[in-house]
Design a protein around this ligand. Structure first.
Ligand SMILES: [Zn+2]
Length: 267
């Protein structure tokens, strides 16, 4: 396939379109079909590919998304950077609805998802100590500050299987570990990008306090309606942030760990 894009964006719940003057293409992969057709457009002089990870009509719940096909499709288009925004819950009082968190770690609590491109015969163990691109994270934080958005410069996201939300006991466990964010799609999306040496940055837009806040009965447990409502109130800020990041990315240059992830990975 001819070269099509430098930067990929995965849209999450409530975020189904991003670009204007698009060219829509269907991309096939050895892992099956991606969640939808991919929209391609020029943004700030760069070629950007957008794919809503749940499909544009949200027909794929988090555990049914073909993450390998989605990430591989971006690779096939020539993408070297992926921005993966998502709606997420907060596990800590200081992380508030409307805030952005540029996560630096994840904890995987999903199961049964196809989470590697390396099923053999070549055995490959990539490093995951820093699962998100340090360069892209720095850039995202800088852009959020420039736009005066409420941003947390780090955070651990626990990724749960869904589609149900957490019980109070589960949520208490997660917040007790000091983790800040809860979501259903960051695993294995982020680490699959690393396996293909694509830089990946997550931007979690906080929409709720998971099961509520201990000692604060006024705060309701999360519902899907509440997630979409808060997301819609903040989607303008998210779009602005994405455009700013795209503007600042230097597509001709990478000095990060992601670009050499496979060098030390093979046995
Ligand atoms: Zn990188």
């Amino acid at each position: 396939m001819e070269y099509k894009a430098d930067i990929g964006v995965f849209g999450g719940s409530g975020f189904y379109s991003f670009l204007e003057d698009i060219e829509e293409i269907r991309v096939d992969t050895p892992y099956g079909a991606p969640s939808d057709k991919i929209s391609i457009a020029a943004v700030e002089g760069k070629r950007v590919a957008f794919l809503p990870r749940h499909g544009r009509d949200h027909r794929l719940p988090p555990h049914m998304i073909n993450y390998r096909a989605n990430v591989y499709a971006m690779k096939k288009l020539g993408v070297t950077r992926i921005i993966g925004p998502c709606a997420a819950g907060s596990l800590q009082p200081h992380v508030k609805p409307g805030d952005f968190v540029v996560c630096d770690q994840f904890v995987n609590r999903t199961w049964g998802r196809r989470d590697t491109f390396y099923d053999g015969p070549i055995t490959t163990h990539i490093g995951a100590a820093e699962p998100y691109c340090p360069e892209m994270r720095e850039l995202a934080i800088k852009c959020a500050k420039k736009l005066d958005l409420p941003v947390h410069e780090r955070g651990t996201v626990v990724v749960v299987q869904g589609p149900r939300f957490s019980t109070k006991a589960e949520s208490r466990e997660f917040s007790g570990h000091g983790w800040e964010v809860i979501n259903m799609t960051q695993y294995p999306e982020a680490i699959l990008a690393r396996e293909l040496e694509i830089c990946y940055v997550n931007i979690s837009l906080i929409t709720d306090y998971d099961v509520g806040l201990e000692g604060n009965p006024d705060i309701e447990p999360v519902s899907h309606e509440a997630v979409i409502k808060v997301f819609n109130e903040n989607i303008g800020n998210l779009r602005k942030l994405l455009i700013e990041i795209i503007k600042e990315i230097r597509v001709d240059k990478r000095d990060c760990i992601c670009s050499e992830a496979l060098k030390t990975a093979r046995l």
